[in-house]
Design a protein around this ligand. Structure first.
Ligand code: XMP
Length: 319
């Protein structure tokens, strides 16, 4: 029973037994709930000096996200190193349009950056990951055959290349159970109740080729949208909300000038585990006000649309 108050103690004991008394562990932090809970659990189990956390800025995070989240990590006592690798990711993504190609590129660059980011003289024998039960299922599941839906999540890849053993303490848990565990570990509410955010970040929300200019537009629009959700108390009713910058330009009129700018899609879904999802029924007033705010404030967007597709048949992300 994962809701039992002693789940924390069971997992701490499991980690201590697996890692042993002297080995050190490496953790890749993403800013999300899962890796934060895993890093905190490990730190409780092994002590901060044996748990080396790395937080990579891939340039694909939300506006001000890297600075804010790094500060929170310090506040909760993690032994964390921030690494800025934005330019490496952006230059490798140059010219790439295909979603799988983009995902694989980001995965590869991440491994390179991550591998260089820690002191190899340390007795690091393990890599900890925040793999959840749905990640395990979706990675082996298929649509009527043996094809994976997307090169998804953070399952596999890393540890073989880095010759490290794998520690996945929340592998049998669903998201709500990880949040409950995080609460048992006294993590602040705002860190536990964040919407999920994909590993490839905003790169899969700028459809087609990712450029610095498009990322900037998306970050600004996303900031307006998410701030409005929070301000109106809607954020916590929604599993995940975000903007998608479409590779389509349309004609508009702003002031008395003709514009030819991007279309931006808003997405918001409810879900309990990300495996299926329903689009969120905002009232028209909200959609209209957010659309006005975005087209007024964000240069480069002259049209806003709302995605009314559930999962299935859509996925939550657009790429
Ligand atoms: P989809 O788009 O497949 O997404 O319906 C289901 C959930 O998974 C997140 N997602 C990812 N998370 N790495 C991650 O860590 C990824 O490559 C990835 N792709 C999708 C997505 O945001 C949603 O919450």
């Amino acid at each position: 029973d994962w809701d039992a108050p002693h789940i924390k103690d069971i997992l701490i004991k499991e980690v201590q037994e697996k890692v042993g008394p002297t080995d050190h562990v490496l953790v890749g932090l993403s800013g999300g709930v899962d890796s934060t809970v895993v890093a905190t659990l490990l730190t409780k189990a092994l002590g901060a000096n044996r748990v080396h956390c790395v937080f990579v800025d891939n340039g694909l995070l939300r506006k001000n996200e890297f600075e804010n989240v790094l500060e929170s990590y310090h506040r909760i006592g993690l032994n964390v190193k921030g690494v800025n690798a934005s330019q490496e990711f952006l230059s490798e993504l140059k010219g790439k349009e295909d979603p799988e190609d983009k995902r694989k590129t980001i995965g590869r660059v991440f491994i390179e950056v991550f591998d260089k980011s820690y002191d190899h003289a340390l007795p690091i024998k393990w890599l900890a990951q925040g793999t959840l039960y749905p990640d395990v299922i979706e990675s082996v599941s298929s649509v009527g055959g043996s094809v994976t839906i997307k090169s998804h999540h953070n399952v596999g890849g890393l540890p073989e290349k880095m010759k490290l053993g794998l520690v996945e303490p929340v592998r049998e848990l669903f998201k709500d159970e990880v949040r409950a565990l995080g609460a048992q570990l006294s993590l602040p509410r705002e860190m536990l109740w964040r919407h999920p955010f994909p590993g490839p970040g905003l790169a899969i929300r700028v459809l087609g080729e990712v450029t610095e200019e498009k990322l900037k537009i998306l970050k600004e629009a996303d900031d307006v949208y998410i701030s409005e959700l929070r301000r109106r108390g809607l954020y916590d009713n929604i599993w995940q909300a975000f903007c998608v910058l479409l590779p389509v330009k349309t004609v508009g009129v702003q002031g008395d000038a003709r514009t030819y700018d991007h279309v931006l899609a808003l997405r918001a879904v409810t879900s309990s585990d990300g495996m299926t999802a329903d689009w969120y029924p905002f009232d028209f007033k909200f959609l209209s006000e957010v659309s006005n705010l975005i087209t007024n404030k964000v240069k480069g967007v002259n049209r806003v649309v709302y995605d009314v597709t559930s999962k299935p048949p859509g996925t939550i992300e657009w790429e």
